[in-house]
Structure formats: structure tokens, C-alpha cells
Design a binder for this molecule. Sequence first.
Ligand SMILES: [Zn+2]
Length: 256
Amino acid sequence: MHRSCSIFQAELLAIGEACRMILAMKHELAYILTDSKSSLMELSNPASCNSLVNKIFKHLRVAEVMKVKIVFVWLRAHVGIRGNEDADCAAKQAASSKTSLAYDKFPISYVKQHFKTTSTEDKINLYNNENNCKYTKQISPYHEQLELVMRAFPPDFHLTQFYSGHGYHKVYLKRFGITADDECPCDANISQTMEHLIRVCPRFSSTRMDHEIANRMVGISEPYDFQKIIKKETTINTFSEHIKYIIRNLKQYNQT
Ligand SMILES: [Zn+2]
């Protein structure tokens, strides 16, 4: 089988082959002993959409016409039943043989995993392109680092404003024509960027101080180096609290 096929597919293919051989040999009564519970469960579902199961159903209809009785029996695996051990051995040999493939239809789970992997690669390439995501790169220049930061600070209503630079701060509001200026109430000469709010604005000095003290206590000298602050639980907490406090109070502070 193709390497992308699942064990479930292998088991069903084998049961189908066993049916085909029973019909060819024209036995009146045959038992198929299998340790695959999942296959037997799928075979007990007459509405199954699985193509291998439908092939088995076709064999069973032919068997009925030919008055051949096929009985399925479940048996426990790896308890020393000789036929079962022989089948395991044959499966291992087949897995390393170089014969042509008997079956190569990959399962839907393989396709999903394949696209998940390729879309992650696309996302990383898009981020690492120098023309994209300029604001977020101030937090983390590389996508791999950003993933670590986002694991420590999972995006929510507050943190997404920090990650994206989109939200309640006045530089953003002015850009979209919601306010006439981008001045911070603390100083008319200062543009109210997310960076200003996080690092400088006196309105938010109390949570900023909590965060900076927490960093000093664990020996981190740069409290806005995200690769460093994500390593300690206390600094993760104080930074999250700082961001939440800013976003919660910003509309009122700006009177927007
Ligand atoms: Zn300010």
C-alpha cells in the first residue's frame, strides 16, 4: 500500500481480499478472523460511505447469490493465536517489500494533514517577507518567535490590539478618520501609539511599574523584550495585566 494509507484501510483491504478469495474457491462456509474492531464496526454500518467497505458489501451480495456463507469473527491481537501472528508477520514483510502497490488511495486524514503543513509554511513565508506585518514584527521579527510569544500570551480582545496595532489607541482612530488628531491626553505633542501607551504614558504607570518591578526581581533587564519575558510566569502575568488595564481604560481616557 502507499505509505500515506492508514492501518484501517489496510485492514479493510485485507478483509476484501479474503472475501474475494473465498468466492474464488467456492467454499460454502468461511470464517474471516480479524483483530480489527474498527473494521468490523464499519462493516456493521450498512450506510457506510467507505469505498473499501462498499467493495466488501459487493462481495457479500455475490456470496449470498452463490449461497456462500461468510462469517466475521473478532479475535484478540498479540495473545499468541498462530494465524494472527502469521498475519502480523506477513504484514511486516509486505511493508518492506518492493512490489507494486495493491492500493494507493490515501485517506482524507492524510489530505488534511498535508494541507495543514503546507498552509503553515505559506503563513511563515508570508510573515517573514520584509514587506508584510511591519507592526507585529516590532514584537517579533520572525514568525517562529511570534508563535512562542502568542503561546505565552494567547490572543484575546485585549491582546489582539497589542499584536495588530488595531484598536482603541488614537493613531489608529485618526488613521480611520474616527478622531481629528492622534494626540495622547498626557501630552499634545505626543502621538498615542500602542508603544507609547505600553512604555511611556503616565496614565498607565501603575501597571507598568508592577511589570517592570517583576522583571527586575527575576533578573530581566529589558521588560519589553518579549523573547525574555515569556520565559517567566510572573512577567507573563504582569505584562498581560498591563495590556488589559490599558485597553479597558483607554476609551474613557481618550473620551472616544
Ligand atoms: Zn500618553
